[in-house]
Write a protein that binds this ligand. Structure first.
Ligand code: ZN
Ligand code: FE
Ligand code: FE
Ligand code: ZN
Length: 252
């Protein structure tokens, strides 16, 4: 079992010090994980002490500790992102869309304007940006693929129609999609992405990985056995891990 979407810094509620690291690694061990991957928001990346992570990781050799990053993808920022990623050999980079042309749609205080918008337009614009994120070549993993559903608003058109261009880019570049269990704790109340998309992703032979999107140690590994079971139920037999940007296939 692995959890590749873990925020050590969270939203800056804590310092990424030795004590915080030990709490996260302890949580990973008690959840029975073999691998934990830190993937903090890119806006905090300069707070990460990579040497310290390696030092503390050496205290628990039975646990593999990866260092990734969750990048807020915005069209037009490719060069800035490329420059940032060149400064550290991240094991993997998650590309996530949290904004539609300057509008941070996933913030709780945005629910009102979100509900006033046309759902099909929301979904279409969101997935257009996801397709650009995939096409950018900057990321190994696409984060919470259908995050746009978080307030529980559904499009009237088929979700597969909305997602098809993004899935084609993801498949063409052999990127990985995560099952992100955190959606269950948002108004929508289900994992990202939904089952219908999971089946389509599997049909297209796109690889999967797992992430809790924990922003605190207590959440590390949350619901991942259930997510793994969901993948097995649609015929998935392998899961992707990463090292130095290279995909590593593991039996599920
Ligand atoms: Zn966050
Ligand atoms: Fe995110
Ligand atoms: Fe996250
Ligand atoms: Zn996230």
């Amino acid at each position: 079992m692995l959890d590749l979407h873990v925020h050590l810094i969270g939203h800056q509620e804590r310092k990424a010090d030795r004590e915080a690291l030990r709490r996260y690694l302890g949580a990973a061990k008690s959840q029975g994980l073999q691998t934990i991957g830190f993937s903090d928001h890119d806006m905090f990346w300069e707070e990460l002490n990579f040497d310290l992570i390696r030092q503390v990781a050496a205290e628990t050799p039975e646990l593999e500790v990866l260092v990734g990053l969750e990048v807020d993808y915005r069209p037009g920022e490719e060069e800035r992102i490329r420059g940032m990623l060149a400064q550290f050999p991240f094991d993997y980079v998650i590309g996530s869309v949290h904004e539609i042309y300057g509008w941070p749609f996933d913030m709780p205080d945005q629910e009102g304007s979100y509900r006033r918008a046309d759902p099909d337009e929301l979904y279409q614009r969101y997935f257009e940006i996801v397709a650009q994120a995939a096409q950018s070549g900057l990321f190994q993993i696409i984060g919470h693929l259908d995050l746009i559903k978080l307030f529980g608003v559904r499009p009237s058109r088929d979700i597969l129609e909305h997602a098809a261009p993004a899935l084609s880019e993801i498949a063409a570049r052999a990127l990985t999609v995560e099952i992100n269990t955190n959606g269950r704790y948002k108004p929508v109340g289900e994992f990202y992405p939904e089952r219908k998309l999971i089946q389509e992703i599997q049909r297209r032979d796109i690889s999967f990985t797992l992430g809790s999107d924990a922003h605190q140690p207590e959440v590390v590994g949350r619901d991942l056995p259930e997510a793994a079971e969901l993948l097995r139920s649609v015929g998935v037999r392998e899961i992707a891990s990463f090292s130095g940007g290279q995909k590593i296939r593991r039996p599920l």
